[in-house]
Design a protein around this ligand. Structure first.
Ligand code: ADP
Length: 595
């Protein structure tokens, strides 16, 4: 629909209304004027006819035709009126403007008919005698001796029309002057209505373009000034809201900018919504534009896969990432769903935590532990050897033999501790330096091997071990490492079992996993310890552990072996009933390149 300016809608209407009123008024005025003139003229004609009748009655011998005509002609000339005297039968006796011989019978003339019937009559019509429009007045003339006649007076209408058209011309002139005067007046009035609205429209446009600072003048009628006030209030409110919004945005921007953690926010289509300075630095992003696909912004396949995975699942996910560059960087990445105010999911936020320094410290610690253990191993081996020789060869008596036995036992413990520490750092280092190479292998030989290794312990504690594993059950394994882990679990199970009880080792396929289960019916573990049992040197019952020659590192080794297999370890236990430790190995062949 085409929109016209309000002014051009009001102005012509104004003008038209006033012009129509003027035309209407002029028209009705001219009709009244014309009627008035006609009435006035007919009155005039009547007065003249009466005067003529009076004159005729008193002074003129009506029978003398010559005299009568002469008199009527003079009278007609003087009064500028056509005067006609008509006989009762319609014959014209005299006429001021025509020769009577040229005139026909006037009996049927409308004014004459009316005069005969009502005493007087008026008519306006075309005269055949003088060939023009005329107004006639006729009245009966009654004298004593002579028959009834009709006196008729007439004036040409052109006289009246001339007078009227004079007045019309003047009226027209006045009309035109008024019409010209209306043009600016109507313009002014229209402008008065449209101007405030135009001002408001342009102000609203200004507001929509963001200029909220210039308020609108509250002028014009009550309605327009109220509207202007409402617009100004709205602009104030808007600019306050925008300011608040901008401040909040700047705050968020500053917080995100100062964060050490990298932040990436993406929408459901994996388009980047936000990227803070730390994330830009981490991935060396050159130019960031909001709304671009993550693949276009950050060229890191693993991160892209992680983000797509996070978008697929509902719950938070986390992983670790290695950035190769001048300096290798380790990142811990965590993705949580991003929701809008209506709790609708609109994407994910990824928090990147730089673990490089932590990893370096861990590595220093690991190296230190490995070095210390290695350094300690030589003197301990020497001491053990010397003590053993002494015990074998020397004939010792009493306390000396007991002391030597204590030295030997503690030496054994130190040795076990160092062995475990070395194992642990070996497994960790292996995992860190590109990961352990896993190969598909049968599980039964591993479990049998572990049982054989624990044979003497079994005899010592008089505990049976049952191995239950399908012969053909295979998994991606590192046989030595896995055997070590099963030995650790098995020796714990034997150590913490009662005499004559038994331990069950089973391996089974469970959904996506292959579970190796080591189950005992011994003292069990209190629930409060279960969460920490796999930490280094954590012992549920320290005195008992030491008595049984435990190092507190056995389960930590099991955990690391499970991790090296990309699996996990779990425990369930009921005190006084027994414990069940499970190593979960992935069923599918894991990617060998990943640690
Ligand atoms: P330790 O060398 O002391 O056995 P581990 O790391 O192997 O160290 O075990 C940690 C602690 O877990 C042990 O000290 C013990 O208290 C508890 N534990 C481990 N296995 C069992 C089990 N089968 N039954 C009861 N307690 C156990």
């Amino acid at each position: 629909m085409k929109h016209h300016r309000l002014f051009w809608q009001i102005y012509p209407s104004y003008f038209l209304i006033i012009a129509l009123v003027l035309i209407g008024l002029g028209w009705s005025f001219s009709i009244s004027l014309r009627n008035f003139y006609y009435q006035q003229s007919s009155g005039d004609l009547k007065a003249r006819a009466q005067l003529v009748a009076l004159q005729l009655k008193e002074h003129i011998q009506l029978d003398d035709s010559e005299k009568l005509i002469d008199y009527i002609v003079r009278l007609g000339q003087q009064s500028e009126t056509r005067i006609t005297i008509i006989e009762n039968d319609g014959e014209v006796l005299a006429d001021s403007h025509q020769k009577i011989s040229n005139m026909d019978n006037h009996r049927q003339r409308p004014e004459v008919v009316m005069a005969r019937e009502q005493g007087e009559g008026v008519s306006v019509r075309y005269s055949n005698s003088v060939h023009q429009q005329q107004m006639y007045y006729a009245m009966l003339l009654q004298t004593k001796n002579s028959p009834v006649r009709t006196v008729r007076t007439a004036i040409p209408l052109s006289v009246i029309d001339r007078a009227l058209s004079d007045i019309y011309r003047r009226l027209m002139m006045i009309g035109l002057v008024v019409a010209f005067a209306i043009i600016p007046v109507a313009w002014f009035l229209s402008r008065r209505i449209s101007r405030p609205l135009e001002l408001m429209t342009s102000a609203a446009q200004r507001f929509s373009q963001g200029d909220l600072a210039t308020p609108l003048a509250e002028v014009g009628s009550v309605e327009t000034s109220r509207l202007a006030r409402a617009l100004n209030t709205m602009a104030d409110e808007l600019s306050r809201m925008i300011r608040r919004e901008v401040d909040q945005r700047a705050e968020i921007e500053a917080i995100l900018g100062c964060m050490i953690e990298g932040i990436i926010a993406v929408d459901q289509d994996a388009r980047v919504l936000r990227l803070n300075t730390a994330a830009i630095k981490m991935f060396g992003v050159k130019k960031f534009q909001s709304g671009r696909l993550i693949e276009e912004v950050i060229r890191h396949a693993e991160l892209q896969q992680f983000i797509h995975k996070a978008l697929r699942v509902q719950e938070p996910v986390e992983s670790e990432l290695v950035l190769l560059g001048l300096e290798k960087r380790y990142l811990h990445i965590q993705a949580t769903p991003l929701t809008d105010s209506r709790k609708q999911r609109i994407g994910v936020v990824i928090v990147l935590h730089d673990l490089t320094r932590l990893r370096q410290l861990e590595s220093v610690r690991r190296d230190f532990v490995a070095n210390v253990s290695h350094e300690l191993k030589t003197p301990i081996t020497a001491i053990r050897g010397a003590v053993e020789t002494l015990m074998d060869e020397a004939v010792l008596e009493g306390d000396n033999r007991r002391f030597l036995q204590i030295i030997f036992k503690q030496g054994e413990r130190l040795n076990a501790l160092i062995e475990d520490l070395l194992d642990l750092s070996r497994i960790e280092q292996g995992a860190n330096q590109g990961g352990w190479v896993l190969e598909s292998g049968l599980l039964l030989p591993v479990l049998e091997g572990a049982r054989t290794a624990c044979e003497s312990l079994m005899n010592q504690h008089q505990v049976r071990v049952e191995v239950d594993c399908p012969e053909d059950l295979q998994a991606a394994i590192h046989p030595q490492l896995l055997e070590q882990a099963v030995i650790n679990l098995l020796s714990n199970a034997i150590k913490y079992s009662e005499k004559n009880s038994f331990v069950r080792v089973t391996a089974r396929e469970e959904m996506d996993w292959i579970d190796i289960r080591v189950e005992d019916f011994g003292c069990g573990i209190d629930e409060k310890h279960l969460a920490r049992i796999f930490e280094r040197f954590y012992r549920a019952d320290p005195a008992r552990s030491r008595r049984l020659g435990g190092t507190g590192l056995g389960l930590a080794i099991v955990k690391h072996v499970a991790y090296a297999h990309q699996g996990d370890v779990s425990v369930t236990s009921i005190p006084e009933k027994g414990s069940c430790f499970v190593i979960h190995l992935p069923r599918a062949m894991p990617d060998e390149s990943t640690p």
